[in-house]
Ligand binder design. Sequence first.
Ligand code: GAL
Length: 369
Amino acid sequence: MKKFFNTLTCLLLLISLKSVAQSEKYTAFEPGKIWKDDKGVHINAHGGGIIFHKGLYYWFGEHKIAGPRGNSAQVGVHAYSSKDLYNWKDEGIALQVSEDPASDIVKGSIIERPKVVYNKKTKKFVMWFHLELKGKGYAAAHAGVATADKINGPYKFIKSYRPNAGKMPFYPAGTPADKIVNCEKPANTYDGYFCRDLPGGQMARDMTVFIDDDGKAYHVFSAEENYTLNIAELSDDYTSHTGKFIRMYVGFQTEAPAVFKRNGKYYMIGSGCTGWDPNPARWFIADNIWGKWEYKGNPTIGEGSKLTYGGQSTHVLPVQGKKDAFIFMADKWTPKNPIDGRYLWLPITFKGDDIEISWKDSWDLKSFK
Ligand code: GAL
C-alpha cells in the first residue's frame, strides 16, 4: 500500500513538473521581457552571438552577476542551445574566468561581446572577445581568443593582444590620397590615435567576427579610442590577425558591430558610443568586405527608434532554412543590476537592398515568408 502511494506521489509530481515545463514553452519572441532558460532562470548571455551547428543554435554571451560588480567577468562566457530559437537549454559556462592573478582572464577582468565561430580546417571552435585587464578600466582594449574541441567548451584561453602591431591599413585601389593615413603628419585626432598605437597594435573594444562564404574570417572592432572601426582579416585557423585590415567610417565612433551577408552584399549594423546608454543604431552596406562601405543611417523606425528601443546591437542571426530571414539582436543594458539586462530581438525587413527594423511586443518566425 505504502509503495502504491509512493508511486502515485511520484507520478503526480512528474505530471505537475511536466505541465510547468510545458507552460514555460515559448512560441514567440517577446523583446525586453524576462526570458527563461530550461531551468526557469533568465538567460544570462549578454553582448552575445549565435552560431548554428549540427541542427542546434548555440548562444554565447557575457555572464553577468547582480549588483555593481556585475559587468566585470566574475564567471565567464555562458552558453545555451536551442532547436527553435525560442526555448534555450543552459549549456553552462563555456569559458571560465581564471583564478590565477597572472592570467589575462582572471576573475574581475572584463570579458565582453564573445563571438564563437567554427573552423572547418582545424575542426576547432574559436571564441573571440573584447578583453580588459583587471584593474585597468577600459584602457587595455585587447582582443582575446580561446578555442575548444566541443562547441559548448570548455574553451581554453590562448592569448589577448592589440591587433596588427606595425601594420598600415589596406586601401582598395582608387582610395583618395587625403583618406590615407600619414603617420609623419596625422591629419586629425583619430589618425593621431592610429599612429600612436601603430607600434603596439590597434585598440580593440566592441567587436564581432564574420565568416564569409569562402571561409575567410574577419574581426570587426572599435579602435582608436572607439573613433574608428577596423575590419581585419584573421589567419586560416582564425586565431590571429594577418595584418590586412581597413579603417572604416573613420572618426564617427561606431560601436557594437554586427555583420551579415545577403544577395552578395555585406551589411553592418552598429551603434554610436554612449556607454551603457542607448543611442540611434546605424547601418552600412558594401559590395566588398574591404569597402567601400556606405553609411545608410538608422535602420530602426517608429516610436523608440531614436534610441534603438532602448537597446544596442550585438549580432545579426541568419535563420536556418528561410530566405531573407535575419534577426537583429540587441541588448538592453541595466548597468545598476547587469544580470537583469534584457534581449531585444527583432526581425529585419528588406526593401530592395535596404533594411528596416520596427518594434514588436511579440512576434514569431512565421513573420518571415
Ligand atoms: C558600451 C559597449 C559595451 C560596454 C560598455 C561599457 O558602449 O557597447 O559593450 O563596453 O560600453 O561602458
